[in-house]
Design a protein. Structure first.
Length: 262
């Protein structure tokens, strides 16, 4: 006999909030009752504008101390100030878990939710991508993506959980970039990240992958292996967060969330 049915895991997500002093208060009112709508909040990178500790403290003030677990990856803006360690410490001191090619497991009402996060990087998509060939600068660019994708895939396959979610900043598929100029697709994501997500099909498949970065992109896409991908950049979802209901073996169902104040 099968056991009792377990409630779906409710995953809230948003990215590209680009916090600074003038943004404080935009998201907090909608986050106040988040625990009634979601079990966890995922932040998909570009949490700051220029990667300064001062901006990180604004992120901590806005997204710290919530009544749900908060898990984040950093984005390219968060790296700009070359103070990643300081930014990460400020966020983690406020209770926000920051992942880079690493996993965390959260107990959601008896369901083990595995969140695996990485910033990712660029390079492009199948048929229109860079390769590890030619000038050392080009080889280094693509090698960086490959190394991140390999470590990300290892973390995805290694986490023991009931429901698996991939959290990125850069896009793993081109469909969620529709609306962006095609010329910049190589700087918005890489097919290698999608391959890493699809590498879990023989274990517990990824139930959902979320990313940000593409402000003018589209919300919905799918990896070649059939994993649902959602672009949760704030300019795309146009609300404080989107909630997805997940259960093992079932596609995510999105739920509306309150808009962020402007």
């Amino acid at each position: 006999m099968s056991g009792p049915a377990r409630a779906p895991v409710r995953v809230a997500a948003v990215g590209d909030v680009h916090m600074d002093r003038d943004v404080i208060g935009r998201y907090r009112p909608a986050l106040a009752q988040l625990g009634e709508k979601a079990d966890v909040l995922l932040l998909a990178g570009d949490l700051t504008r220029r990667g300064t500790p001062e901006e990180a403290r604004c992120v901590a003030e806005e997204f710290g101390g919530l009544d749900v677990d908060v898990v984040a990856v950093l984005g390219n803006h968060d790296y700009h100030g070359d103070r990643v360690d300081e930014v990460t410490k400020i966020l983690e001191d406020s209770g926000i878990r920051v992942l880079e090619c690493a996993a965390t497991v959260i107990d959601c009402g008896g369901v083990r939710l595995g969140v695996v996060g990485a910033k990712g990087f660029g390079g492009g998509f199948a048929g229109r991508c860079g390769s590890e060939f030619g000038e050392p600068e080009m080889r280094a660019f693509i090698r960086h993506t490959r190394e991140i994708a390999e470590a990300f895939g290892t973390a995805l396959r290694g986490v023991e959980c009931d429901v698996r979610v991939a959290l990125l900043h850069y896009a793993p598929v081109p469909e969620t970039l529709l609306g962006e100029p095609p010329e910049i697709y190589p700087f918005l994501g890489s097919y290698l990240l999608g391959e890493a997500i699809d590498s879990t099909v023989d274990t517990t498949p990824v139930a959902l992958a979320v990313h940000g970065h593409a402000h003018a992109g589209s919300e919905r896409g799918t990896t070649p292996g059939g994993v649902r991908v959602r672009n949760v950049a704030h300019p795309v979802i146009r609300q404080a967060y989107t909630v997805y209901q997940l259960s093992s073996g079932a596609p995510p169902v999105s739920r509306p969330a309150p808009p962020a104040a402007h």
